[in-house]
Design a protein around this ligand. Structure first.
Ligand SMILES: Cc1cc2nc3c(=O)[nH]c(=O)nc-3n(C[C@H](O)[C@H](O)[C@H](O)COP(=O)(O)O)c2cc1C
Length: 248
């Protein structure tokens, strides 16, 4: 009997078998599949406040049995999208940098916690780069559809709501399942520990994310993409101004 009491079916090819065995590695003692929660910290500052809150959320996810991973950007080479649009044809981004290693982590995750400091009333440039670079997962393969997503932001004073608006649009465009938003107030490194509300809320966000991911909510297959793309696909009508949107 395989791990977690799971017996792979007989007469299946090796690749399928390997995929099933990989899944069993991810089971707990009762044989339930562990959720994978990824935390992405989009602060250029090493060991900053956002990192503490995202780590707190991942600890909350672990409390509920999830396997977790933290990704930071301060130690990565992250280049902006260059608008070449080659991903529309290939489904892959051609830019050779550390985002290439982040793509598979995003695809494998059941839940993703996106963390960013507030910079000039919005998210950091690094957060926006990751959002833009997700276009490669979006155009052909809808790689982030149905991922459970939540966001955490930390500001010294103002701008948290603008970050939530940005992430909500991002989640909605990808047909990710948006859970909740946590905001904290801190300026100097580590100050976030004094924000008891943010610490508690982050822990709860991680716990909640696992419970939602376990429910396996999905958009109906017919509506696997955002409505503006759906109308193009189903009716052949472009959403882009200047094409056939305003003609018969
Ligand atoms: C370039 C820059 C712009 C900032 N803009 C804002 C802002 O618009 N609103 C705000 O509340 N805090 C702003 N801050 C403060 C940071 O959000 C705050 O220090 C936060 O704790 C940084 O998160 P980190 O420790 O994870 O890097 C800014 C900080 C920097 C460096």
């Amino acid at each position: 009997m395989a791990a977690g009491g799971f017996e792979p079916p007989l007469n299946i090819d090796d690749d399928t078998n390997r995929a099933i065995m990989k899944t069993t590695e991810n089971m707990d003692k009762e044989g339930d599949i562990k959720m994978k929660v990824l935390g992405i910290v989009c602060s250029p500052r090493k060991g900053g406040n956002t990192e503490f809150l995202v780590q707190e959320a991942l600890t909350g996810a672990q409390d509920r049995g999830a396997e977790t991973e933290l990704v930071t950007v301060w130690d990565k080479d992250i280049k902006p999208c260059d608008g070449c649009l080659s991903c529309e044809k290939t489904g892959k981004c051609h830019i050779e940098d550390d985002v290439q290693a982040i793509y598979p982590k995003l695809i494998e995750a059941d839940g993703i916690i996106w963390g960013t400091p507030v910079y000039f009333w919005s998210a950091t440039a690094q957060a926006k780069i990751l959002i833009d670079r997700s276009y490669a997962l979006y155009v052909n393969n809808n790689g982030l559809t149905n991922k459970v997503s939540g966001a955490i932001s930390v500001g010294g004073a103002l701008g948290n709501v603008a970050v939530w608006n940005l992430f909500n649009t991002f989640f909605s465009a990808h047909h990710m399942l948006s859970t909740d938003f946590v905001y904290g107030y801190a300026r100097n490194k580590g100050d976030i520990h004094k924000d008891k509300h943010a610490m508690k809320a982050s822990r709860e966000l991680g716990r909640q994310m696992v419970l939602i991911a376990e429910r396996k909510f999905k958009y109906p297959e017919e509506y696997d993409i955002a409505i503006y793309r759906y109308v193009k696909r189903e009716y052949g009508i472009e959403s882009r101004v200047g094409r056939d949107r305003f003609t018969d």
